[in-house]
Ligand binder design. Structure first.
Ligand code: NAP
Length: 334
């Protein structure tokens, strides 16, 4: 099974693959199914995954509620490092940044209830809030740590400068940036910072929102509010380039390792310096079957160079994950 890593500043150990639960919240993923979602979380834990990442905004409480329900029985709660977030608020289905101390305090209490737990193992600030000094947000989290409501603190989508300021006020253990073999923008700053300060990263989007599973066809469509309807990577000629790249990566994975693109994508993230845990967003139990085939890919320098060559030759019009950034409080549409 997958290796483990320690969460700095704590005695918690987590598997290097974590389950991401944004999609099971339904919001921005075209809806959800409670029974399937609960079974997905349970299957992940029963297969040995010991880190679960969720957030209040994932379905405006829905993902946290399903995770809480899934962990209720068979000692599953005690087998996982449970990570959630704070610092976003919403009006209807419109999220906006809100990392004021009073919001943080409220969110910690709400998450504890929805997750049906006494303590949150990792509480992460979801996005920096331009309207609130980082130090104030950090102070509220430090209070929650001292009160025993949370066990470790993390930040997501922060720059090194913001993390420097944050760490002057509160101990930081975890950093959550976007990262996969198509989206490598954090390598030189955020992942370098993680290494330098001996933090751990929970990197998100290992499968690039499903693209790197190898299941997408050039005429793929998405239902309802699915974020891939507005993700620039999934549009027009550019999408064709990405699908062609995955096809070539799949061929490489089969020829070189007898594996598929999904296994290669996860192994690639885990092989990169600075990566602690790769978050894998699965929404149905069968999507976790690929776990059984994860082992057995040791990437050499030549393999990494070949992967880079395939990507740069095939994706000539790349784009990052920036479209996901939520607006500030005063910029959110009513
Ligand atoms: P991801 O892991 O790259 O992709 C997830 C999607 O891929 C699934 O929802 C599913 O969607 C598809 N998929 C997964 N396994 C599959 C399989 N075996 N076969 C076929 N399709 C499969 O993307 P993500 O969910 O955006 O990111 C992972 C986690 O990172 C999130 O759940 C969340 O916990 C975290 N995250 C954090 C932030 C942040 O700002 N901090 C932002 C994004 C994500 P379909 O079945 O619909 O295709």
């Amino acid at each position: 099974m997958v290796d483990t890593t320690r969460i700095p500043g704590t005695d918690m150990q987590a598997t290097r693959i974590g389950l991401g639960t944004w999609a099971i919240g339904g919001w921005m993923w075209g809806g959800t199914d409670e029974e399937q979602s609960v079974r997905t979380v349970q299957k992940a834990v029963d297969r040995g995954i010991s880190l679960i990442d969720t957030a209040p905004v994932y379905g405006m409480g829905t993902s946290e509620r399903f995770v809480g329900e899934a962990l209720l029985e068979n000692g599953r709660r005690d087998r996982v490092v449970l990570a959630t977030k704070c610092g976003l608020n919403w009006s209807g289905s419109q999220p906006y940044r809100d990392a004021r101390p009073e919001r943080i305090r409220q969110e910690v209490d709400d998450s504890l209830q929805r997750l049906r737990t006494d303590v949150i193992d990792i509480e992460q600030v979801h996005w920096p809030d331009p309207n609130v000094p980082v130090e104030e947000t950090a102070g509220a989290l430090k209070d929650a740590l001292q009160a025993g409501k949370i066990r470790a603190i993390g930040v997501s989508n922060f720059s090194p400068e913001q993390m420097d300021r944050f760490r002057k006020e509160a101990p930081l253990s975890v950093v959550q940036p976007p990262y996969n073999l198509f989206e490598r923008g954090v390598e030189d700053d955020v992942l370098a910072y993680v290494r330098e300060h001996r933090l751990t990263s929970l990197t998100y989007g290992a499968l690039c929102r499903g693209l790197l599973t190898g299941k997408m066809t050039p005429d793929q469509t998405f239902q309802g509010d699915d974020l891939r309807n507005m993700d620039p990577k999934f549009q027009g000629a550019r999408f064709q380039q990405y699908v062609a790249a995955v096809d070539r990566l799949d061929g490489f994975a089969q020829e070189r390792f007898g594996k598929r693109a999904i296994h290669l994508a996860l192994a690639w993230v885990l092989a990169q310096p600075g990566v602690g845990v790769a978050l894998w967003g699965a929404r149905r139990p069968d999507q976790l079957d690929a776990l059984a085939e994860i082992d057995g890919i040791q990437l050499t320098q030549d393999d990494l160079a070949e992967i880079d060559r395939i990507v740069s030759e095939t994706v000539t019009d790349p784009v990052g994950p920036e479209f996901m950034a939520p607006p500030a409080r005063n910029q959110a549409a009513a």
